[in-house]
Design a protein around this ligand. Structure first.
Ligand SMILES: [Cu+2]
Length: 387
């Protein structure tokens, strides 16, 4: 199982016990090439690195607090003894700054769970990560590709880097801590079976839609769902505090969008400021982005190149602009093996809480797999247990 754009939390063994070390700390997270947020996370990552265990494992997790205030850790969905439940003042004393608290329990369930600080605003500034428990015996049908994605949302005004966790007008929406087009495409071999796990810990419920394929919901935050409950669909509502696991057979080659279908969640830096809608490039602190924006606007408004994305009389039409000036291609800034071979200017069509699953015939799939291997050989040592 892989969580694109975030890593796995490594562990060591003490006898048969798997020992993990989570460090809660302030982190910087680049969510698109022109916007970096000051958020909180674990081990340098927001969301935190993914914990992967096998059903039945005994785990010990040291939670070290390097935040400027006390924190706690809750194991969301896991059936643990009350003293491991992580609720400050109720099941334990809060973990003071500089302190480390040791949690230890046996994971008797399988499924998609998460860990998070049990304090509302700490959740909203990023203190969350996935906790995957693989069943001892693989589920049937077997999957070939298994991907996990954490859904988060942020309210960050232009020229700001710290999310306002009390604000409910979220203008940045992320999958695994990045907004499209920075989200790394999911790669799947044509003819394979794909599993996608979504976890939501925000203020909104997100209807996640997959283009061009039907899937079945095979699991929730409570683990695997019986096959008798599966029915075909292509949109799954991932409510707050929920996990939803879907599976499909990758029968159709192509770059298929996966995105939240709330219109405002398919944008970056969404907000209205005075007359002009400020989208994508509103951060005045980023010179490169502003230059690109100005170049686009100049080209569109004054040069009327053919084909131009904007009509010559656009400024006289009530309602203009809607989506004009939003699309900003930046393929070069986003180059990685997973984007290899996408149509030119693909990045102009990707915004907000969005990624894609690229269903590739053998030749293209193997080409990208080889590029990934030479780019980061260590990546291949990854916990790659599909179940
Ligand atoms: Cu959404």
């Amino acid at each position: 199982m892989r969580s694109p754009d975030i890593g796995d939390l490594p562990f060591t063994f003490d006898g048969a016990t798997k020992v993990f070390h989570l460090i809660a700390q302030p982190v910087q997270r680049k969510i698109v090439p022109w916007k970096t947020l000051d958020v909180w996370g674990y081990n340098g990552s927001c969301p935190g690195p993914t914990i992967q265990v096998t059903q039945g494992d005994r785990v010990r997790i040291l939670v070290e607090n390097r935040l400027p205030e006390s924190t706690s850790m809750h194991w969301h969905g896991l059936e643990v003894p009350i003293e491991q439940d992580g609720v400050p003042y109720v099941s334990q004393k809060p973990i003071a700054p500089g302190e480390t608290f040791t949690y230890e329990f046996t994971v008797h369930q399988e499924g998609t769970f998460f860990y998070h600080a049990h304090s509302a605003m700490q959740e909203m500034i990023g203190l969350i990560g996935m906790f995957i428990s693989h069943p001892c015996e693989a589920h049937s049908p077997r999957v070939d590709h298994d991907y996990g994605i954490v859904l988060q949302e942020w309210a960050v005004l232009p020229s700001n880097s710290v999310p306002n966790t009390a604000n409910m007008e979220f203008n940045w929406l992320t999958f695994n801590g990045v907004a499209a087009p920075l989200t790394t495409p999911l790669i799947a071999r044509l003819g394979s079976r794909v599993r996608l796990r979504f976890v939501n810990l925000g203020m909104d419920h997100h209807p996640i839609h997959l283009h061009g394929n039907q899937f079945v919901v095979t699991g929730t935050e409570g683990g695997r769902a019986p096959e008798s409950t599966w029915f075909p669909s292509n949109t799954v509502l991932v409510g707050v505090a929920q996990a939803r696991v879907v599976e499909f057979d990758a029968k159709y080659p192509g770059a298929w969008m996966i995105h939240c279908h709330l219109p405002h969640h398919m944008m970056n830096s969404m907000m209205d400021l005075l007359r002009d809608r400020q989208i994508m490039t509103s951060d005045l602190t980023e010179d490169a982005a502003m230059e690109q924006m100005q170049a686009l606007a100049t080209r569109a408004r004054f040069q009327h190149q053919h084909p131009s994305p904007v009509a010559p009389d656009a400024d006289n039409i009530p309602g203009f602009p809607q989506d004009a000036f939003m699309e900003m291609g930046m393929d070069e800034l986003l180059q990685k093996p997973e984007t290899h071979g996408l149509p030119e200017n693909w990045s102009a069509g990707m915004m907000g809480m969005m990624t894609m699953v690229r269903v590739l015939p053998d030749k293209e799939f193997d080409e990208i797999a080889a590029m990934k291997k030479s780019a980061s050989p260590a990546e291949e040592q990854h916990y790659d247990h599909n179940s």
